[in-house]
Design a protein around this ligand. Structure first.
Ligand code: FPP
Length: 232
């Protein structure tokens, strides 16, 4: 990356287009999801290299249960495989692994694997990979309200995020691949002031160069509206 680039501290990504990518190659949808997992590895490594501190990716939404049983099973299995295959990369790169989402519906064995990797990567980390899995933004807000009901604290805009699944700083940049202009129930509370970047590229083709393009575009907008880099 060029120098003097403002790297967002937290990037959120809606990894869309695995199915269309697979279709364009006459392959089953699951083939696209597998390629999506490979793309994710490269993006995690690159985020770590360039100094992104938090990366939240949308891997399975509460809506995704409506897909065919075959595809749901494949995504569950893929996540389990991902946890095993990426363990070393995450530890070698000092990346903390986290998951945001509801536990209901997720198998005991997957929940155990998640918990184990969360624990193993919770120390000496330099970056956080937060996987939104069985995640819905409205569900997250409802679940926060339920927690608040049991608390004595006065709730404010500043402390509300403490009650969300994971208390991370708000993302400065949200990326959506494969061309749709929708938020799809992703991080509803946290995106109040986020910049959006939408690319036509399908998620399996989204690579380091594409990520840098998104960050450059974010910087251009910062220059125009943020005032932070105007003094250069
Ligand atoms: C959206 O593409 C993608 C998903 C619903 C799944 C995202 C999953 C991955 C990128 C795999 C790696 C992640 C883990 C950790 C399991 P789509 O299927 O909606 O694509 P389409 O809109 O072209 O059909």
């Amino acid at each position: 990356m060029e120098k003097n680039i403002n790297i967002p501290k937290h990037i959120g990504i809606i990894m869309d287009g695995n199915g269309r990518w697979a279709k364009s190659k006459n392959r089953p949808r699951v083939f696209g999801h597998k390629a999506g997992a490979t793309a994710l590895r490269k993006i995690v490594e690159h985020c770590r290299r360039i100094g992104v501190e938090y990366l939240t990716v949308y891997a399975f939404s509460t809506e995704n249960w409506k897909r065919s049983q075959e595809e749901v099973n494949a995504l569950m299995t893929l996540f389990k495989t991902y946890i095993n295959s990426e363990r070393k990369m995450l530890l070698d790169n000092n990346v903390r692994f986290m998951v945001s989402g509801r536990k209901e519906g997720v198998s005991e064995s997957l929940l155990k694997a998640i918990e184990k990797l969360q624990e193993e990567t919770s120390k000496d980390y330099k970056m956080t990979l937060n996987i939104a899995f069985n995640y819905g933004g409205r569900a997250e807000i409802i679940d926060a309200i339920k927690k608040i009901k049991d608390s004595q604290e006065e709730v404010t805009e500043e402390n509300f995020s403490k009650y969300l699944y994971n208390d991370l700083p708000d993302p400065e940049l949200i990326i959506r691949t494969s061309g749709e202009f929708r938020i799809s129930n992703f991080l509803l509370w946290q995106i109040a002031y986020s910049e959006f970047y939408i690319t036509d590229t399908y998620w399996p083709d989204f690579d380091e160069k594409e990520l840098e393009k998104a960050i450059y575009s974010y910087n251009k907008r910062e220059r125009r509206f943020g005032g932070r880099l105007d003094a250069e």
